[in-house]
Design a protein around this ligand. Structure first.
Ligand code: S3P
Length: 446
């Protein structure tokens, strides 16, 4: 394990207070760059997430010949080249830590008349890619990966693809989006049916740009042949980033937080429902629609939480929020559980194992299942040393846990927090947490 040398040192604190917004949505930011690049005309993106993951996607599209300019800290101007205007890159395309970049770009590149190579960091190079390669092969793509089914991915040049009807074996927006992107280059309609509905930004955005997309229940159908026309894209705040502050506000012994301009797409807000089920004092203020997406300000106050069994059908709607949920569960009265979440094993880390080991280090009792975990809540946690496994969401979740810890929580390998939430430690400190960032400093006893 190489691991970054950045650590968070989180001192216990009790009170949160503040009103602020979180960075732009990661899923929408990735798609804004990709679809803006494939559209005809200029796309102005506002609220773009300037995180390492989404900047990697922007750099890849530049490597493929698209002019992309940063117009402000969160502004991007993309001069689209049209569906057939991408150019081969002389170098491998580096997705860094970003699974969304690699899986969606594999679909986008599978139908091109030129070859590409996609690479990623150590964590991404361990993650399963056959889940996207298999349907693309059925469409006539030619892709090589390692014997383990992982990156590097060599995508060969082809002369068009076939439309297919694909039944996704797992609920995954990345697989669905990958197949739909390849479908733009197919000779006929492409249909994807999911076992459960997942985030729908790809279908919504393609449709807004003029693609012929129809949705019936969990089936999406794309008819190729339309030109995509550039549209301005306003990216709301990322619910998954707001999630850390929702949990912080609920578990803090005192105070309240207001998180402004949070995207509230129902395929993302499972944690909101779960926290409310747990008795969290959360209110949506000023719910509105921005660029076709529901958005609101979330007010959360210190709450006495009770345990919950997460309904299995809600798992896809909170798939990225289980690390934050686990901290809320550790502070709730009673034993909480989640099942049917096997996908957590193949995220940026094995999130079931990473959360279980971390919580145990703080004295919390955890039972690990193949597809989930049970967590026994307690009044407070101890301090301790946590290995985030280089996973941004594990690192941020344990920073929040310090609101209910009796000692310092030292979190290792935190550089990847910048993949999704640049400025997290500063914002957390502003909100009343104590997150000190150390770059490979001398050994400390936690
Ligand atoms: C994402 C889909 C989800 C999610 C990831 C972002 C997307 O992954 O975990 O953070 O933007 O489509 P899966 O499709 O693997 O569930």
């Amino acid at each position: 394990m190489s691991g970054s040398s950045r650590e968070f040192l989180c001192k216990p604190s009790r009170r949160v207070q503040g009103r602020f917004s979180v960075p732009g949505d990661k899923s929408i930011s990735h798609r804004a760059v990709m679809f803006g690049a494939l559209a005809q005309g200029r796309t102005e993106v506002s609220g773009f997430l300037p995180g390492a993951d989404t900047l990697a996607t922007a750099q890849i599209l530049r490597d493929l010949g698209v002019a992309i300019e940063r117009t402000a800290a969160t502004g991007l101007r993309i001069d689209g080249v049209g569906l057939h205007g991408l150019r081969p890159s002389a170098t491998p395309l580096d997705c860094g830590n970003a699974g969304t970049a690699m899986r969606l770009l594999t679909g986008l590149l599978a139908g091109q008349r030129f070859a590409s190579t996609l690479i990623g960091d150590e964590s991404l190079s361990r993650r399963p890619m056959r889940r996207v390669i298999d349907p693309l092969l059925q469409m006539g793509a030619r892709i090589d990966c390692t014997a383990a089914g992982t990156a590097p991915l060599q995508i060969h040049a082809v002369d068009g693809l076939r439309g297919i009807e694909y039944r996704c074996p797992v609920a995954s927006a990345q697989i669905k989006s990958c197949v739909l992107l390849a479908g733009l280059y197919a000779d006929g309609p492409t249909e994807v049916t999911e076992p459960a509905a997942t985030r729908d930004y790809t279908e919504r955005m393609l449709s807004a740009l003029g693609a012929d997309v129809s949705v019936a229940g969990t089936r999406v159908r794309l008819n190729p042949g339309q030109t995509l026309r550039a549209q301005p894209i306003a990216v709301p705040g990322d619910f998954s980033s707001a999630a850390f502050f929702l949990v912080a506000g609920a578990i803090a012994p005192e105070g309240e937080l207001i998180i402004e301009n949070v995207g509230l797409n129902p395929r993302r807000t499972g944690l909101l429902l779960t926290l409310i089920d747990m008795g969290a004092d959360i209110e949506i203020l000023d719910q509105r629609e921005v660029a076709g997406e529901p958005v609101g300000d979330l007010r959360v106050r210190s709450s006495a939480l009770r345990a919950v069994d997460v309904p299995i059908e809600r798992v896809p709607d909170m798939i990225d929020e289980f690390p934050a949920f686990a901290i809320a569960a550790a502070c709730a009265e009673g034993t909480s559980s989640v099942r049917g979440a096997h996908e957590l094993r193949v995220k940026e880390s094995d999130r079931i194992a990473a959360m279980a080991r971390g919580l145990e280090a703080l004295g919390v009792q955890v039972q690990e299942f193949d597809d989930g975990m049970a967590i026994e809540g307690r009044a407070d946690m101890g301090g301790g040393c946590i290995d985030s496994q280089g996973d941004h969401r594990i690192a941020m979740s344990f920073a929040v846990a310090a609101l209910r810890a009796t000692g310092v929580i030292r979190i290792l390998d935190c550089a990847n927090v910048d993949t999704s939430f640049p400025g997290f430690s500063e914002l957390a400190t502003l909100a009343g947490l104590s997150v000190q960032v150390r770059e490979g400093g001398p050994e400390l006893s936690a």
